[in-house]
Design a protein around this ligand. Structure first.
Ligand code: ADP
Ligand code: MG
Length: 381
């Protein structure tokens, strides 16, 4: 069994009576990569502030490798092996990438010594490895000032790693980054997770999906729920705190909706007629009277925005009936953008996605044929 790197019990932090953290419990195994999400004001930054000793708990305990961190000064906690990366990069802009890493590798040395003394051979090897890790070898001699925002973030993560922390705390590392830079930072964190325990706080759901294994959702200073990304995204409580409304459909219905949306998004674009098919069919499936169906269509529209890998969603469907509904709906969606349904699947990406779905659903071939025929008959009438 892996030892716990972090154990937090009944943690409360009050600011003039307002509880930014409220009786929070949390624990994490050594070597884990944990993502923490939650709406603004949930207490995410305060959570990191307590771990690093910047803020003292009003009540409760934080243990790092079994050691109670109460009353231990911030700089001392950092020496115990907890490193924090703040949201905005803090690198020396007029030093080169290599010089920044040299400095970080040996914090005892000052800037002057780093610039004018030759670093010992072990440091050189370290810096060489770090440059490689953060993917900045080719830019080693460039002034940090000239790096893109994403490269600066990677450099700062490298500087953090240079101090060999056991636990890395990373606050919103991809805010304001391009898609490509976001992916690079994600890959870097995944690589570092091989040899470090890491907590990442993040808003960007696309990014969370790229890196997340275990996710903890904070809400009003407490843990709302924990689990893998597929669980979290379909949890009605999570949807409620993010969208400000209680979904009137259940978890299974949400999964069906998400599969349908993924099918429609397969070509990178969700067409109006696809939205129409999804909303009409599912609202009829989930509600009986017309008024309810109308309201539901409105609501379901809010949930269409995310494209989740169907390979993660399909296994969560348990009954044959659910699988059959999903197959019919998906067939209808991919046919809806074709001029002649069934014969002319003009959209290749969606056709591929559909073939993949059929495989995942594991329905007998005759059933698939029958259901597709039903959809065709329906569209002709
Ligand atoms: P998040 O990072 O999830 O957005 P924060 O941890 O920054 O949330 O804040 C949680 C709550 O605590 C917010 O309502 C915020 O206004 C409040 N808060 C944070 N720091 C302080 C402080 N130093 N004094 C008073 N209130 C604070
Ligand atoms: Mg914050």
């Amino acid at each position: 069994m892996a030892a716990k790197i972090l154990e937090i019990d009944n943690l409360t932090v009050s600011f003039d009576g307002f509880k930014a953290l409220n009786n929070l419990n949390f624990s994490m195994d050594t070597g884990e990569l944990r993502v923490i999400i939650g709406p603004n004001g949930a207490g995410k930054t305060t959570f990191l502030d307590v771990i690093t000793g910047k803020v003292q708990p009003t009540e409760g305990t934080v243990r790092f490798k079994g050691k109670n961190l109460r009353k231990i000064a911030e700089h001392h906690i950092s020496r115990l092996g907890i490193g924090r990366k703040f949201q905005t990069p803090r690198v020396y802009l007029n030093l080169s990438v290599r010089e920044n890493l040299d400095l970080a590798c040996n914090r005892q040395k000052n800037v002057f010594a780093t610039l004018f003394q030759r670093p010992p051979a072990t440091d050189k090897r370290n810096v060489f490895g770090l440059l490689e890790t953060v993917g900045l070898t080719a830019k080693a001699d460039l002034k940090a000032d000239l790096l893109s925002h994403g490269e600066k973030q990677r450099l700062e993560i490298g500087m953090l790693v240079a101090q060999s922390p056991e636990l890395l705390l990373v606050d919103e590392p991809v805010a304001g980054l391009t898609d490509e830079e976001t992916e690079n930072v994600g890959n870097l964190l995944l690589a570092l997770a091989e040899s470090h325990s890491i907590i990442v706080i993040e808003h960007d759901m696309e990014f969370v999906r790229q890196i997340a294994r275990q996710v903890t959702v904070l809400h009003q200073g407490s843990v709302l729920c924990e689990g893998n990304m597929d669980r979290i995204q379909n949890d009605p409580r999570v949807i409620e705190v993010y969208l400000g409304q209680v979904p009137s459909i259940g978890e299974k219905e949400m999964i069906m909706l998400r599969i349908a949306a993924s099918m429609a998004w397969a070509d990178g674009n969700i067409a109006p007629e696809e939205i129409d098919v999804i909303l009409t069919r599912l609202s009829r499936q989930f509600a009986d009277d017309e008024q309810q169906q109308k309201e539901l269509q409105h609501e379901l529209q809010d949930y269409l925005g995310t494209n989740i890998a169907i390979a993660n969603l399909v296994p969560q469907l348990e009954t044959v009936a659910e699988r059959e509904i999903v197959l019919k709906l998906s067939y209808e969606i991919i046919s809806s953008s074709a001029r002649i349904p069934s014969e002319d699947l003009i959209n290749e990406e969606e056709a591929i996605a559909y073939a993949n779905l059929v495989k995942l659903l594991e329905l007998p071939a005759e059933t698939v044929k029958r259901l597709e025929a039903e959809v065709q008959a329906m569209s002709k009438s």
